[in-house]
Design a protein around this ligand. Structure first.
Ligand SMILES: [Zn+2]
Length: 102
């Protein structure tokens, strides 16, 4: 396994070159995995701040699919309902390609 610098955002990770990664905020990205209709999101999880990287799956970044959400529009991205990550309670809407904190 090549080592990956997980302090960098997922746009810099090998293996995701074809995912069309898009930055929503400094701490939030999404991309498209093969065979997935809905986007995958990666957020820099505040709950993992200070946790040593070798004790995490991918540094402070947490990946999560959105298969339970409705993909209203792919371009610009619009998902319904709001997205909530319970690990750190990051919560907001993605509408018109923009992250709107809830
Ligand atoms: Zn989190």
């Amino acid at each position: 396994m090549p080592s990956v610098d997980r302090s960098k955002p997922p746009t810099d990770w090998p293996g995701l070159e074809t995912a069309g990664l898009t930055q929503l905020t400094e701490d939030l990205y999404y991309g498209w995995l093969e065979d997935e209709a809905n986007p995958m999101f990666w957020h820099r999880c505040a709950a993992l701040a200070g946790v040593p990287e070798d004790r995490t799956v991918s540094g402070q970044w947490v990946g999560a699919g959105t298969h339970k959400h409705t993909l209203v529009s792919r371009e610009p991205l619009h998902m319904e309902p709001s997205l909530l990550w319970r690990c750190c309670n990051m919560h907001g809407f993605v509408r018109n390609g923009v992250w709107i904190p809830a």
